[in-house]
Design a protein. Structure first.
Lengths: 203, 255, 469
């Protein structure tokens, strides 16, 4: 009985939101807005769950684990940032934390990815298969064409780049997007028709 | 031509409704056929075959499998990707539950965290374990994919897993994991076209686009098999429609 | 065992019709592993879970009778010396019979291993020679089944499937096969190659150092170069269109700018975002800022308060920071239905800068243009797909995301689509502003040279495989 009720709630809610997008009904629009706002509230509480998960995982790591110092630092930074955000919202302290802590760390990690990407490119550019050769040649051509000054070398290069982007690249991405759309529709229909019931865990 | 004018003038809602109804009917038809034991041909996808092999290998060597889940569940349009990730997690969790080394996972989406925990717990129970161990083996690493990649990297350094499942919106972050742990078998998948190129060079086995969403059919679920065949049938219809449109536009009937 | 597709009854491997419902089994797709009970494809050779060979037929066999209790060990030979007079040993209590090994489900063939004779029972302490002789024969005499293969593989917490009875001949064959396999040296590397993947080779440290140095050199070129590449730069069609759209805006225009990127791509998109805001400030338009992620909003606010050029060009009346749009795609959908509903404009009468938010358009169609600056393909596609058909955003994206949005540009859903780094260079060149080091075109050329060097190195240097597993 419990599973039937859960499935019924999920199916009805999903159908209402789906129909509100397809049929121009103000009543459906209001109901779907209400349901979507409920989703946002759930997502906010899920973020709270995530926060508790972080605290639990790293508190456990403080007492047993190889990276105690890092876990302590994480917990302290988390609680401090949370306190500043709650007690002094939209203040200079908040902005300072963002500008001098969060932003540099994220930007540095992002910059590290460039080194990793180059190592991956080294592996990928080995000419062992036809795919690797195509990857190498197309990468070099597109990189060369992206340089703005190439138009000064030969004016037609700009139109070559535009053609490559508009025809083969667009065609490939369109095919991907179509397939993804079909797959997403099928997944959504399976959930709407209660064939898949991830909320009850049944296969 | 008159009845088609509303459709051709850019009003897409009726078209969407018609497509959904057609897909639903095809899905019902093919799912019933699949459940009745009808054989359906699927082109081989090496990544899913490898997944089964990895489960067997993990069983043999008592190694664990790591999962890095980057999709967002309740907030966004990547529900299908999240559902695919949960299904693959359930498959792996169920097949290696008895090894004594449970699946470890990390995610950057708080909405996916409880769903993944529940999925693994149920998978282990279904495999016969009376005391599932998954509650503490899935961690949330903050809402940024970079943070998740860093946490996954540390966890893999501690656990030395056999394989790592990278599912979701991970681009360059996947490279960080695959390059810092070359001895781990990385199976990557994303339905985001922007990530496909990077994952193709990052992963040992990669699925991109809709192949990520078709995992269920390859893991022996009749309902998924039916919907996959229905997708293929609808794709054929769309191809015909596109060709007809191209011809019509070329000879001046439309546009 | 074959699983009937109609009633899921488990039938024998050689069955052609289901024993329960009579359904023909020609279309069956699953078979059950006789060892662990896992479902496998019907044409599979090995079980996917326990690797049992599924092609070995398992036939019916009669129940194995309970073995006779073992006889007492023979007495010591009278010819051998006795080391000490026999001492009377108290009789030890009988060891309880070994408990039957049972599975969770009923098994038609219960094999029971007979209890081994208690070595201490009825025996006198002897020297080594006497002791060994006294053991006599085979200590396992009476044990009929040394290695019950099926029960050894079945897992204790899972109910084993009903076993099929086997004949003695088949059991002896199995035992012989096992003993021959156990003594045969297993070619592990050959087997491993079939299962293990080709491992990636670890890059040597010196190579990683070389690659890192090359990348650092390329990153330093814009700061060092005096402008080696020839000019002037010709902006691309999309950049020219973007510039013309921005230049044609009147002072009463309402522009919505969405900062949909994070700090990891700030270096790529900040320059072009600054150029766009400066251009809008020059036109005197009303700018409304929002973001679906907190970091994007932080970057926008940092840009407004931190940039000297912007501070000179903008006043607080021009900029309205609408705030964070929660829910990503759901938030965008809400925004498309009603800006007022998404931000509750009537209840929040003034923004963080003290500006009056009641002049913000209440619907998305009230904005003259929407400019998207982003690094997330999924969010940008949500903006484009959910926007009304009359709205054609202007998008500036990272190089990674650019190919994924080309179809939208080709179909006209996007008005312009430009890449961050090249758009910044071209906008700077077109507006005659001072080119910042990051915008120099020489940096892109240096990156191309580095990638070319990497491609050459990858194919020239020898590689080593690192099969550690």
């Amino acid at each position: 009985m419990r599973r039937i009720v859960i499935a019924a709630v999920a199916v009805i809610a999903g159908l209402l939101v789906c129909l509100s997008m397809l049929l121009p009904s103000p009543w459906l629009g209001r109901v779907s807005d209400m349901l979507l706002e409920g989703t946002l509230i759930l997502a906010a509480f899920a973020l709270l769950l995530g926060l508790l998960n972080i605290l639990r995982t790293h508190t456990r790591a403080v007492f047993q684990g190889p990276r105690r110092g890092q876990s302590i630092l994480l917990i302290v930074a988390l609680l401090l940032t949370l306190a500043i955000g709650l007690l002094f919202p939209q203040s200079a302290a908040n902005a300072w934390v963002f500008d001098h802590v969060y932003l540099p760390i994220q930007a540095s990690l992002g910059a590290l990815l460039a080194f990793v990407a180059l190592q991956a490119a080294y592996r990928a550019f080995r000419l062992r298969t036809v795919d690797a050769a195509i990857l190498l040649v197309s990468s070099l051509i597109m990189l060369f064409l992206q340089i703005p000054a190439t138009a000064a070398l030969w004016p037609r290069l700009g139109s070559v780049r535009d053609w490559m982007l508009a025809v083969p690249v667009a065609a490939g991405v369109r095919g991907l997007l179509l397939g993804i759309a079909l797959g997403t529709m099928a997944t959504a229909l399976r959930i709407l028709l209660a064939v898949d019931r991830p909320y009850t865990g049944e296969e | 031509m008159t009845p088609l004018v509303p459709l051709l003038s850019g009003n897409t809602e009726p078209i969407a409704l018609i497509v959904i109804l057609i897909l639903g009917a095809l899905m019902a038809l093919f799912t019933l056929r699949a459940r009745g034991g009808g054989r359906m041909a699927l082109r081989p996808l090496r990544a899913f075959e490898r997944l089964s092999e990895l489960c067997s290998q993990a069983t043999e060597s008592a190694a664990t499998v790591f999962a890095t889940l980057g999709s967002s569940a309740p907030e966004g349009g990547s529900l299908a990707s999240a559902q695919a990730a949960l299904m693959l997690l359930r498959f792996v969790g169920r097949n290696i539950a008895h090894t004594g080394r449970p699946v470890r996972a990390t995610t950057c989406d708080s909405g996916l965290l409880p769903a993944a925990q529940g999925t693994l717990t149920r998978a282990e129970r279904a495999d016969g374990l009376r005391h599932p161990r998954t509650g503490s083996h899935i961690s949330f690493a903050g809402p940024e994919p970079l943070g998740m990649a860093v946490e996954a990297e540390c966890a893999m350094a501690d656990d030395a897993p056999l394989a790592n499942l990278l599912i979701g919106d991970l681009g360059a972050e996947a490279l960080m994991l695959t390059e810092t742990h070359p001895g781990v078998i990385h199976c990557a998948g994303s339905d985001d076209p922007a990530d496909g190129a990077l994952l193709q060079i990052a992963g040992d086995e990669t699925v991109i686009g809709e192949d990520v969403l078709s995992g269920g059919a390859y893991l022996d679920r009749p309902s998924h098999m039916g919907s996959l065949v229905a997708q293929d049938a609808l794709r054929a219809v769309l191809i015909v429609a596109i060709l007809v449109g191209v011809v019509a536009a070329s000879i001046g009937l439309w546009g | 065992m074959i699983v009937c597709p109609n009633c899921q009854h488990h039938n024998h491997k050689q069955a052609t019709h289901c024993a329960q419902c009579g359904q023909p089994l020609a279309d069956a797709v699953h078979c059950v592993c006789p060892s662990c009970g896992a479902l496998n494809p019907i044409d599979g050779q090995f079980c996917q879970r326990c690797l049992t060979d599924l092609t070995v037929p398992v036939a019916q066999a009669p129940t194995v009778p309970r073995p006779e209790p073992t006889p007492e060990p023979p007495k010591v030979d009278s010819g051998k010396k006795e080391s000490a007079p026999q001492a009377q040993k108290p009789k030890t209590p009988e060891r309880p019979a070994r408990r039957k090994r049972r599975d969770c489900k009923d098994r038609s063939a219960q094999r029971e291993i007979a209890p081994l004779p208690d070595p201490a029972e009825g025996r006198e302490p002897k020297g080594l020679e006497g002791g060994l002789a006294e053991l006599g024969g085979d200590p396992l005499a009476g044990v009929t089944d040394v290695l019950p293969l099926e029960t050894a593989v079945a897992l204790p917490h899972r109910g084993a499937p009903p076993s099929e009875l086997r004949s003695e001949h088949e059991e002896q064959e199995d035992a012989h096969l096992f003993s021959s396999l156990a003594s045969e040296p297993a070619p592990l590397t050959a087997a491993a190659q079939q299962v293990l993947p080709p491992l990636r080779s670890k890059l040597p440290r010196w190579l990683k150092l070389v690659l890192s140095l090359l990348l650092l050199l390329a990153a330093g070129v814009p700061s060092l170069s005096p402008g080696w590449l020839p000019g002037p730069l010709t902006p691309s069609a999309d950049t020219s269109k973007l510039l013309s759209v921005l230049s044609s805006l009147g002072s009463d225009a309402q522009i919505l700018v969405a900062f949909e990127y994070g700090p990891d791509h700030a270096a790529e998109l900040d320059p072009v975002a600054e150029r766009i805001l400066e251009q809008l400030a020059d036109q005197g338009v009303q700018i409304h800022l929002l973001s679906t992620e907190p970091a994007g909003l932080g970057l926008a606010q940092r840009m407004l308060h931190g940039s000297d050029s912007l501070q000179m060009g903008l006043d607080d009346e021009q900029i309205q920071v609408l705030g964070l749009l929660p829910g990503r795609e759901i938030g965008i959908r809400t925004l498309m239905r009603s800006v007022e509903g998404a931000f509750r404009l009537q209840t929040v009468a003034s923004g963080p800068h003290g500006t009056d938010l009641t002049h913000t358009p209440t619907r998305i169609s009230g904005f003259d243009h929407v400019i998207l600056v982003g690094d997330d393909s999924r969010i940008l596609r949500a903006w484009i797909e959910q926007a009304p058909s009359t709205l054609h955003p202007l998008a500036v994206v990272t190089a990674q995301v650019y190919p994924a949005l080309v179809p939208y540009k080709a179909s006209g859903q996007l008005s312009t689509l430009t890449q961050g780094p090249t758009a910044a260079i071209e906008l700077q060149a077109s507006t005659s502003r001072q080119i910042t080091p990051l915008g120099a075109t020489d940096g892109l050329a240096a990156l191309f040279v580095v990638v070319l060097c990497v491609a050459i190195l990858a194919n020239v240097l020898p590689t080593k495989s690192n099969n550690t597993r």
